[in-house]
Ligand binder design. Sequence first.
Ligand SMILES: Cc1cc2nc3c(=O)[nH]c(=O)nc-3n(C[C@H](O)[C@H](O)[C@H](O)COP(=O)(O)OP(=O)(O)OC[C@H]3O[C@@H](n4cnc5c(N)ncnc54)[C@H](O)[C@@H]3O)c2cc1C
Length: 383
Amino acid sequence: MIGAGAAGMMCAAEAGRRGRRVLLVEHYHRLGEKIRISGGGRCNFTNVGASPAAYLSQNPDFCRSALARYTPRDFVALVERYGIAYHEKKLGQLFCDGSAAAIVAMLKSECDRGRVDWRMPCAVDGIERSGSAFVVATSDGPVRAAAVVIATGGLTVPKIGATPFGYKVAAQFGLNVVPPRPALVPLALAPDALARYGDLAGVALDAEVSCNGGRFREHLLFTHRGLSGPAILQISSYWDGKAPLAIDLLPGADAAAWLRRQRSSPAQIENVLAQRLPRRFVRQWCTAQGATDPMHRLDDRRFAELEAALHHWTVQPAGTLGYNKAEVTWGGVDTRELSSKTMAAQRVPGLHFVGEVVDVTGWLGGYNFQWAWSSGHAAAQFV
Ligand SMILES: Cc1cc2nc3c(=O)[nH]c(=O)nc-3n(C[C@H](O)[C@H](O)[C@H](O)COP(=O)(O)OP(=O)(O)OC[C@H]3O[C@@H](n4cnc5c(N)ncnc54)[C@H](O)[C@@H]3O)c2cc1C
C-alpha cells in the first residue's frame, strides 16, 4: 500500500483484519497530516447524507458500490467504538468534538490490530510488473507484492506530502487520467472586479451560487483576492475555468417577494437592499449597476432589470487560488479504467487505486473522507 493517508490507512487496516500481510509505505515524516489539519483541526470525518449525488466524476455512478458497502454509519460505528466524541455541525456534517488527531490515532491503532508493517518516511521510486506480481522500488530497497494499492491522494497542499505519483503510475500502466485541477478552492477576481470588491474582505452574505449544473445556497465571503466561503468552495468544483458564476443575492421565494414589496418605496435602492444585504457590499454593487435612484422612481423595465441583476449577478472568476489553498483535487485516475467493486485497474489485475487519486470528488462537508474510507475498504476485500 502506497500512501498512509485516509484511504491508505483504512485499506491497510481492513486488509490486515482480513489476515492479509500488508506493508504501508509513506514518504512524509508525519502520519495523517491532512486528516490532522482537516475541518479546522476537528476533522469533518463524514457526512450522514453521503450519496452518489454529492460526488463529481466523469462516471457519476462509479462511487455508488463502494459507498453502499461501507457507509457513513459504518465509520461512525468505528468512531464510537474508540469513544471519540463528535457532533453534527450542519447539513449532516460530523466533526470531532476534540482534536482530529484522535481520528489519526484510531486509524493507526486499527492498522496495528491488523498487524500492518510500516515504512515511513520512505520514498517510493517506482513500480514495475514482475510476472503476475509487482516490484516496488523504495528508498529502503525493493518490495515484492502480489497486489499494490495506490493511495497517494491528489495534489492539494504539496508542503505536507502531496505528489502526482498516483497519476504517473496510472499513466505508466496505460490508464487514462482525467486532467486534475484544484477544487473546493477560493476563486480569484480579475483586477477590475477586485478594485471594486477587494476592500470588502471579511464581508459575508447568504447567496445561491450556480455554474455548470452545480447550485449551492450557503455563505459567500469576500477576500483580498476574490471570493471564498462554502458557497464558492462548493461551486469551484464545477467551475471549468471558463463559465461565469450566477449568484442569486436574494435567494428564496421569501426574499423575492420582499423585493417586490419594496417596489414603491421612496428610499434609495441602496438603503432598501441594505435591509437584507451587507451595506458595504450593496454600496459597491449599486454603483456598479448604476442603481442609484430611489426605488419608486424605477419604471417597470428598470425594476425588472434590477430584480434580474439581484437574482442573477454574473461574476467571471479570473482563476482559482491553486493547490495550496484547495481542499481537494478534481479529476484523477479515470473511473472507466477501474472496477467499482475492487477498485483495481481492469487491464492491470492487482493494481488498485483508492481515495482522492481517483476521479471522484466530493462536495464540501465530509464527503471526501467518506469516499476515502469507502473506497479503501472496498479495495481491501480484494487484495
Ligand atoms: C486543509 C484541508 C482540509 C480538509 N478538510 C476535510 C474535511 O474536513 N472533510 C473531508 O471530507 N475532507 C477534507 N479534506 C479533503 C481530505 O483531506 C482528502 O480528500 C482525503 O485526505 C483524501 O484521502 P487520501 O487518502 O486519498 O489522500 P491523502 O489523505 O492526501 O493521503 C495521501 C498520502 O499519500 C502520501 N504520498 C503521496 N505521494 C507519495 C509517494 N510518492 N510515496 C509515498 N507516499 C506518498 C501523502 O504523503 C499522504 O500521506 C481536506 C483537505 C484539506 C487540504
